[in-house]
Design a protein. Structure first.
Length: 556
């Protein structure tokens, strides 16, 4: 990310040149999340841009929590955001900052605006404020409270701070221009009354600054040079500049620049609805591996490198677009393919009995840990006369083009031998329970000169196979645009009923079962997997990170 150039870096290059607005100054960015939820993949783009830009220019990046809405904020989210930033490999400059650190200074700025006739206390109801605001084609009209005296406004604002008034009864508004073509400049609200306990300041305040007032001041107080934010704030930039100018002077004065936000198919990016899914039990929590949250992606097995590569591949522009989820899957496959050890796991097992194999014999075969990375070495896999294979690798009556096991057919057991299916057993319901085969001792190693077989299947030796739970995760939504209700369906109706399939009777080889939590594997023919937070060596649990081939792009 740091070495990839984009329009933001081109702008900064100009800013740092002799005569540029930040010539001789240190590039200083900030990452300003609201502590009202967990970071998701969309936030990762902003995070990588903010921290990556600072790294590229040898500058600084602050972590600052915009905690101006205490009714929705919690220290749980603060701690989780810090963890996600460190997981991605970034660190912030100096202390962690909070908007609440500046509440006193912001209040003083508001008082200064009142004294200079640039702000007033308004008693219009929220509905009346909207009515007076006008429309995109019609100018607004002045509030009847707009021309209050400075003295009256100072008195009312002090009484708001003292807690004399109820929530919603009064606000402080900037006095700018009710006829402005930019709706954000039509006397925006900059303070509101909110009697709520704050996670840092407790009950010290009952008035809180609005984001559009607080954010530019935070940037200015911290000496931020480049305030990088998503494109929906472009129309707010004139207000950002107004606040910086009227509450200044500041040196350096921060400059806001916008970039396109990240949208992803089959993915919901709204913290409001993500929270709803958590609270209603649609998912098991913020770290459910189906969630687009960074903690969910981490638990599913995504790596920091794969996410950074994804963000870099998407690029930085000013045009909003929607990225296909298959690109994110490509990035994790590309990363894990180079580093993930291979292992055998049988998700839906049936027994394969080799009738002519010496009773009680166990032998070992050598297998690559990762054929893409020979330096990872070899591993030993044991073999016996009784194995577990996938149920899908046997058909009593094969369809055309089926090359795996069926009566009379010969296949290769990977690393081991050729085996020929001789017969099979079923239970009372007709389900196959055991497949009987014979092996060719001359094919040791899974190869025999002069005799070719079309099918190769994986297996786990029954004598040391470890029972495991394997969770097959897919997209939470079956529609590429879950929030688009133009077809008359709500997002709830687009939930994918097969987003989680649990294989409770799976088996893995001991080599995989002995891993620590959050270890990565490619289970042969089944995909890339990661050991879950619930994983123990006594009860191995693995999550499917991604299948070996993309299927979702074809469903759009």
């Amino acid at each position: 990310m740091e070495n990839n150039t984009n329009f933001i870096h081109d702008m900064i290059d100009e800013d740092l040149k002799e005569g540029g607005r930040y010539y001789g100054k240190t590039v200083h960015t900030r990452f300003p999340p609201e502590p009202n939820g967990y970071l998701h993949i969309g936030h990762a783009k902003a995070l990588c841009i903010d921290f990556g830009t600072a790294e590229k220019y040898g500058g600084l990046c602050n972590l600052r929590f915009d905690d101006t809405n205490p009714s929705k904020e919690d220290t749980e989210y603060v701690d989780a955001i810090k963890e996600d930033i460190h997981w991605l490999g970034y660190d912030w400059a100096g202390d962690v900052y909070y908007a609440s650190d500046y509440f006193t200074r912001m209040y003083e700025c508001a008082v200064s605006l009142i004294k200079r006739g640039l702000a007033y206390v308004c008693e219009l109801s929220p509905d009346e404020v909207r009515e007076y605001r006008g429309t995109l084609t019609e100018p607004g009209k002045n509030s009847p409270y707009r021309d209050r005296s400075v003295e009256e406004n100072l008195d009312l604002f002090a009484r708001m701070k003292a807690g004399e008034f109820e929530d919603g009864s009064r606000v402080l508004r900037a006095k700018i221009d009710m006829a402005s073509p930019n709706m954000n400049m039509r006397d925006p609200v900059i303070y509101r009354i909110l009697h709520a306990h704050h996670h840092k300041t407790g009950n010290n305040w009952c008035i809180y600054p609005m984001y559009d007032f607080a954010h530019p001041l935070e940037d200015a107080f911290e000496g931020i040079t480049h305030s990088l934010c998503s494109i929906e704030f472009k129309d707010h930039r004139p207000l950002y500049d107004w606040v910086v100018e009227k509450c200044g002077p500041f040196d350096p004065a921060p400059n806001q620049t916008e970039f396109a936000r990240l949208n992803l198919t089959y993915t919901m990016m709204s913290k409001r609805y993500l929270r709803q899914m958590v609270e209603t039990g649609i998912v098991s929590g913020w770290d459910d591996p189906r969630m687009p949250t960074l903690c969910g992606l981490r638990r599913r097995g995504y790596t920091p490198n794969s996410i950074k590569n994804f963000i870099q591949t998407v690029g930085v522009s000013t045009s909003n677009s929607t990225v296909d989820y298959s690109l994110l899957e490509y990035c994790i496959r590309d990363d894990l393919n180079k580093v993930a050890p291979r292992a055998s796991a049988v998700l839906d097992p049936i027994r394969l009995v080799i009738d002519n194999y010496p009773e009680g014999q166990v032998e070992e075969f050598e297998a690559d840990v990762n054929p893409e990375n020979p330096e990872m070495g070899k591993r030993k896999v044991s073999f016996s006369g009784e194995l577990y294979i996938e149920r899908a690798d046997f058909m009593a009556e094969p369809v055309k083009g089926y090359f795996r096991l069926f009566p009379g057919n010969e296949v290769r057991l990977k690393y081991a031998y050729y085996v020929r299916c001789e017969s099979y057993e079923t239970d009372a319901e007709g389900n196959v329970t055991v497949v009987h085969a014979t092996y060719d001792p001359a094919s040791r190693g899974g190869w025999l000169e002069g005799r070719k077989v079309k099918g190769t299947i994986h297996w786990v030796s029954a004598h040391d196979a470890v029972p495991a739970e394997i969770r097959l995760y897919d997209q939470l939504f079956s529609d590429p645009a879950p929030m688009d209700d133009s077809d008359g369906r709500s997002w709830e109706e687009k939930l994918n009923p097969e987003s989680l399939v649990v294989c409770k009777n799976a088996f893995v080889e001991p080599y995989a079962a002995a891993c620590e939590k959050n270890a990565h594997f490619q289970f042969l023919r089944n995909g890339f997997f990661s050991s879950d937070d619930d994983h123990t060596q006594e009860k191995p649990v693995f999550n499917r990170t991604v299948s070996l081939k993309d299927t979702w792009a074809k469903k759009a």
